[in-house]
Design a protein around this ligand. Structure first.
Ligand code: BG6
Length: 500
């Protein structure tokens, strides 16, 4: 995080009483304030439809900070200082009248605290409300378009649209009110330390960058596995599915960071230019290829850690005959000079045996099976594993001679764990991203063309899937690594998914 002093500003959370605000935003803001990364006068204003006062909102925020801030970080002195920054304003974010009153309230707060009028609007609201809220912010005169100072910025949460057309429409709507450089599209995976470390690992070490290409890499596997199910978000998931919820954003962002060319500078547009190139290099697939190279799965009843768990169709607000996918796998090709011929396999799933996000780079085996005359007929590939979470770290698997008279090669592992080396738990992704937005640094946020390029790829899959409804769902039991078809997808290429 930047150690420049942060601009004093007013952070307005639309959806201030919602789940995201409660679980993620206010605990992150508390931590950021506790760490001295907010200007002393910065105010945080929650806008919500439900009745409330500054006092009742402070009580609610206190409860969420106690519940969701990292263990052991709550202290009364820090809380007292933080509580003084919190203000509540009641209003419906979809109603234009709300915004005139909100503007007067913000002016009053800014006058009282000597704030210069920098505004960060955080849309922690359902996707269907984003366009309306943006229009109302503009219509109500709450946006200083393009101005350097005092600045206005907009932070938008995912899901950003539900296909290419809706993402474009939303981007058009936002562009009617904000300049692109004022818009910060959040993908919280980019705020994770281990995600940021991908580029550091690649570009800060002489050992690996020379190997990072089709000459040495056999294939890449990107896994985003979660043991949780849909956690009361049945209604949302019925509309979204895992392709939209995880692959289109988190998994494709990881893909970009692994596959991109070194940017000309570590600066927002240079980094994002290279990411967009990766997305545009993904080879378009025909519907037949999509059906061959993707897998849809849905969990049925099963067990996790010995406890029975319900199937997706038994979750609240899920149709009894739902065709929605809770697992997706996708084999794609990044068709550029660096990666031609190297398949990338992406998979994401709910109710997997464990929570793990990792990127595995499998290297080609040596050109000669040198030890074959000594009985070594098979040699494992060397694999580099970037563990994004939860056991953050990097591991390198290679072969070593098993001690003894016989020639036997066994896979062994060099393993780096963040927790062992750096000790303290790293900042939550939201803390990092909030600080960056306040500083106006959009390196870790999605640019318009980037989000649309990802949707373009994913929309092709959604269209094909829409035309050919799945017939075999549910096709994996909760607590297993996904459907047989996903195993077969790899087996066809004489490969296998890792069992992290
Ligand atoms: C969110 C998805 O974006 O990411 C959720 O909507 C998912 O479905 C979550 O559970 C995973 O985030 P993390 O940081 O726990 O890996």
């Amino acid at each position: 995080m930047s150690d420049r002093p942060a601009d004093p500003c007013t952070i307005v959370i639309l959806g201030g009483a919602g789940d995201l605000a409660k679980r993620k935003l206010v605990p992150a803001l508390y931590e950021v304030a506790r760490g001295g990364l907010l200007s002393p006068s910065t105010a945080i204003v929650g806008l919500a439809r439900s009745a409330g006062t500054d006092g009742s909102w402070r009580d609610a925020v206190r409860a969420s900070v106690m519940e969701f801030a990292p263990a052991g970080t709550f202290d009364e002195a820090a809380w007292g200082a933080f509580a003084g920054r919190l203000f509540f304003h009641q209003g419906d974010f979809l109603s234009p009248e709300t915004y005139a009153a909100l503007q007067s309230r913000l002016w009053a707060i800014e006058a009282e605290r000597g704030l210069p009028g920098n505004r960060l609007y955080y849309l922690a609201i359902p996707p269907s409300g984003i366009a309306g809220a943006v229009r109302n912010l503009g219509g109500g005169g709450l946006v200083r378009r393009g101005e350097e100072r005092p600045w206005t910025r907009l932070v938008v949460e995912k899901p950003f649209g539900h296909d290419l057309a809706s993402a474009r429409a939303l981007n058009d709507e936002i562009a009617g009110t904000f300049d692109e450089r004022q818009v910060f599209r959040i993908d919280h995976y980019l705020g994770k330390e281990t995600t940021q470390n991908i580029l550091v690992f690649r570009l800060g070490n002489g050992l690996f960058e020379p190997l990072w290409n089709r000459r040495y890499v056999d294939h890449v596997q990107i896994t985003v596995a979660e043991s949780i199910g849909v956690e009361g978000r049945g209604r949302f998931f019925e509309e979204a599915g895992i392709l939209r919820d995880i692959i289109q954003n988190h998994a494709m962002q990881l893909l970009c960071l692994v596959a991109m060319e070194p940017p000309v500078a570590f600066e927002p547009n240079a980094v994002r230019d290279e990411k967009v190139k990766v997305l545009r290099s993904i080879r378009p697939q025909t519907p037949e290829e999509i059906l061959r190279d993707t897998v849809r799965g849905q969990y049925g009843p099963g067990a996790l850690e010995g406890q029975p768990v319900a199937g997706y169709r038994q979750e609240p607000n899920v149709a009894a005959d739902s065709g929605r996918e809770t697992y997706a796998a996708w084999k794609l090709q990044v068709e550029n000079w660096r990666w031609a011929g190297v398949p990338f396999y992406l998979r994401a799933g709910k109710r997997m045996p464990k929570r793990v996000t990792e990127i595995a780079i499998a290297f080609k085996t040596p050109p000669i099976a040198f030890f074959r005359r000594m009985g070594v007929t098979h040699q494992d590939q060397n694999v580099l594993i970037l563990r994004i979470q939860p056991d953050e770290g990097i591991a390198l698997r290679f072969g070593a001679k098993r001690p003894g008279a016989e020639m036997r090669i066994e896979p062994v592992k060099m393993d780096f764990h963040y927790s062992e080396f750096f000790g303290s738990k790293s900042a939550d992704a939201y803390e990092r991203l909030l600080v960056d937005a306040i500083h106006g640094d959009s390196t870790l946020f999605g640019r318009r063309d980037e989000v649309e390029a990802a949707w373009e790829q994913v929309t092709a899959i959604l269209d094909t899937w829409g035309d050919v409804p799945p017939f075999d769902l549910p096709n994996y039991a909760a607590g297993t690594w996904g459907p047989e078809a996903a195993v077969a997808l790899m087996a066809r290429d004489a490969r296998a998914w890792r069992r992290p």
